[in-house]
Write a protein that binds this ligand. Structure first.
Ligand SMILES: [Zn+2]
Length: 283
């Protein structure tokens, strides 16, 4: 599943269409009618956690998409003959699972296989924001709200980090690597983890996911993190190095910090990876 950094990356690509009227098409459902968006231009796009919102000029409705396990958003340049209205005269072939397409004079935006595809009015958008926890990659995220939500619960921190109503955008990879970097055992109840440790965890989520957004893939290993940050500071592209994790997907292998064997277990709906040697249980 795409974690938050990937959805923020999608929002950034959708913003390339801002101001360009497009032909809107796709299957009609009870909650989505692409015809209502035909001829309109993207005004803005934003991510909140793993949810993508596309706002359009000339309507109060916004497209709301969640990609689940198999959904995809693609934005591509295209060259097609334009009609007198400035819009393409023909359409590219329809891909399997297409939910929404916006074809402008120079870009093709396609959403395929989402688990949520609906139009929201401003109240619906406000309700969505209200039910999602602070997102480390959003400028309006309040760190103290995030810390307070984590600290007021007796549930394990490993579950709280994945609960999108507590904090949003963190998925299984970031959960595993953030807790390892913070040396926190995922079973520690949220209210037993010191507030200072939660503040540091939140800041690390901002740093790590910010690098993930800039690189376009999840970079967490300390060596790769430093190299990626240096490249991004210089405005350069981060290559797709072989992915290296400290604990994620490293069942039975030695922890790079203490050498003890990484363990794996079911935690909530997902598999948790952690090191019993150097991740401390706060109780
Ligand atoms: Zn360890």
């Amino acid at each position: 599943m795409a974690e938050g950094h990937a959805v923020h990356g999608m929002a950034g690509r959708v913003r390339r269409l801002v101001g360009q009227p497009g032909r809107s098409s796709g299957p009609v459902s009870d909650v989505f009618d692409p015809g209502l968006l035909d001829g309109l231009a993207v005004a803005d796009a934003e991510a909140h956690g793993k949810h993508l919102l596309v706002h359009l000029d000339g309507t109060s409705r916004s497209g709301h998409f969640h990609l689940g396990m198999h959904g995809r958003v693609s934005v591509r340049h295209h060259r097609r003959a334009l009609g007198a209205d400035g819009l393409p005269r023909s359409h590219p072939p329809v891909p399997d699972g297409l939910a929404w397409r916006l074809l402008t004079g120079s870009f093709l935006l396609e959403v395929t296989r989402p688990t949520i595809c609906e139009l929201l009015d401003p109240e619906g958008v406000a309700r969505l924001h209200a039910r999602l926890g602070p997102d480390p990659l959003r400028e309006d995220a309040d760190p103290e709200t995030a810390v307070a939500r984590l600290h007021r619960s007796r549930r394990p921190i490993g579950l709280l980090l994945l609960d999108q109503s507590v904090v949003s955008g963190i998925g299984n990879v970031y959960r595993a690597e953030l807790l390892w970097r913070a040396r926190i055992d995922p079973h520690s109840p949220g209210n037993a983890v010191p507030v200072e440790a939660l503040r540091a965890l939140w800041q690390d989520a901002i740093d790590l996911m910010g690098i993930g957004l800039g690189a376009g893939w999840i970079v967490t290993h300390p060596d790769q993190f430093r190299s990626a940050r240096d490249l991004l500071v210089r405005g350069e592209v981060v290559p797709r190095w072989p992915k290296r994790y400290a604990v994620y997907l490293r069942r039975g292998r030695p922890c790079p910090r203490c050498g003890l064997t990484v363990v794996v277990e079911r935690m909530g709906l997902q598999t948790a990876y952690w090191c019993p040697g150097c991740q401390v249980l706060h109780a």
